[in-house]
Design a binder for this molecule. Structure first.
Ligand SMILES: Cc1cc2nc3c(=O)[nH]c(=O)nc-3n(C[C@H](O)[C@H](O)[C@H](O)COP(=O)(O)OP(=O)(O)OC[C@H]3O[C@@H](n4cnc5c(N)ncnc54)[C@H](O)[C@@H]3O)c2cc1C
Length: 390
């Protein structure tokens, strides 16, 4: 990942905390592989429920991959109809709200504006109704109401507004959680790449040494199948690269909402820069960004916000979203492997779903309990033939 706005907008001490590593212990009750937001939230839920020795390990830094490259968007209203159930969407929203009360993370509750073409208004009304039924606020805006809501936007059609949605600074949230974890005895071991997983007895071999563990949670984002294939199981998760651009600091209120256009989305960070993008590039683990994609983002930006067309985007970065082929995350016990769990495949919603995923994971690992509404996340939903090394 190159030059993401988030690490550049942290205080040096916070940035250093994301790079600070504990020495690797030789044993753990639970080892979490992956210090992205999904892994950190799994460790948080486990430690809070009394697991004594939790170790989080990562081959890089805390949130140095997809989480640190994300847009930090929390759009439960906008996404509630694409999640497994309205219950999942409401729990994701409520658990995030509780986390934000505890850990400062620059939350901006500005709402999402989903733009629609002219003539789509009747479909928009139906979506508003279904969203409200799911327990989220939504309204259809047209003409003068839309212009008043987002004065710099030039858009001839309608828009659905989801006023309860917003965005955070994902690294600030991660830094707060990491500090809590360390303060409560959790070891966060960085620059430790997991090279091997043995199932019985459970142990991980890493570039920094070997560790025996009671259980293991693989939360390695887009890299998850590369680890679980060592156990003969390979969920259909793969990387989809996303590119984002950002300007330098702009006056507060330049953008008032998160605006989702036909191809990309745009918002203003709490600390001032405007940002936008969110491409879906199927290029494997090819790092970097494509000039044509960046130009396409700038083109849409210029057509939606003509008066801002002259602004320079001074940052451009990309990250690998963990895409799962049925668009739902994979959370639970690895089929046929006692003590080995997975929490991965969150694709475009991992920031939103991380706290809920931590709770779901802890329920299964500690109490062998599965939420009825989270059945769609079961690892064993993939037929065995598709799981074996493709
Ligand atoms: C451009 C972009 C915009 C996005 N915007 C949003 C958004 O607005 N809202 C939202 O909810 N989601 C968004 N997402 C998606 C979100 O970022 C992801 O779903 C989420 O971050 C996944 O978290 P994770 O912890 O599973 O993965 P990651 O954050 O990728 O963490 C996985 C970790 O595993 C580590 N790892 C991998 N292999 C090994 C190994 N062998 N040994 C040790 N460690 C290993 C990696 O180093 C990494 O730190 C966006 C993503 C991108 C790229």
């Amino acid at each position: 990942m190159q030059d993401a706005i988030w690490s550049r907008t942290l205080l040096p001490a916070t940035r250093d905390a994301l790079l600070a590593s504990d020495p690797l212990p030789t044993t753990a009750d639970v080892v979490v592989v992956g210090a992205g937001l999904v892994g950190l939230c799994a460790a948080l839920s486990l430690r809070r429920r009394g697991v004594d020795k939790v170790v989080v390990m990562d081959r890089r830094s805390v949130c140095g991959e997809s989480t640190g490259a994300s847009a930090g968007g929390l759009w439960p209203g906008h996404e509630c109809l694409t999640l497994a159930s309205p219950d999942i969407a409401r729990n994701a929203r409520d658990l995030h709200a509780a986390l934000r009360e505890e850990f400062a993370c620059d939350y901006v509750g500005c709402g999402v504006l989903r733009l629609m073409d002219e003539g789509e208004a009747s479909r928009g009304l139906a979506r508003v109704e279904r969203t409200r039924k799911a327990g989220f606020a939504a309204e259809l805006l047209t003409g003068g109401d839309l212009a008043a809501c987002e004065p710099l936007l030039r858009h001839a059609g309608a828009a659905i507004r989801f006023p309860g949605d917003g965005s955070i600074h994902p690294l600030k949230l991660a830094a707060g959680i990491a500090e809590w974890l360390r303060g409560n005895g959790v070891k966060i071991c960085l620059n430790a790449e997991v090279l091997g997983i043995a199932p019985a007895p459970i142990a991980v071999t890493t570039s920094a040494g070997r560790m025996a563990a009671g259980s293991i949670v693989v939360a390695a984002g887009a890299w998850t199948p590369l680890l679980t294939k060592m156990l003969g199981w390979r969920p259909p998760i793969r990387p989809i690269r996303g590119t984002l651009l950002a300007t330098d600091k702009q006056p507060a209120g330049t953008l008032r909402s998160i605006v989702i256009g036909q191809r990309y989305y745009y918002w203003q960070l709490a600390c001032g820069p405007l940002a936008g993008g969110g491409s879906e590039e199927d290029v494997g683990f090819e790092a970097g960004s494509d000039g044509a994609v960046a130009a396409d983002i700038r083109r849409e930006w210029g057509s939606l916000f003509p008066s801002l067309r002259g602004l320079r985007f001074t940052s451009c970065w990309s990250g690998f979203r963990p895409f799962c082929e049925d668009m739902q995350p994979v959370i639970g016990r690895v089929p046929g492997c006692d003590g080995v769990y997975v929490s991965a495949g969150h694709f475009r919603k991992g920031i939103l779903l991380a706290p809920l995923s931590g709770e779901l994971l802890a329920d299964q690992l500690l109490e062998n309990r599965q939420w009825r509404s989270a059945k769609a996340f079961r690892p064993d939903r993939f037929p065995l033939a598709a799981q074996l090394c493709q």
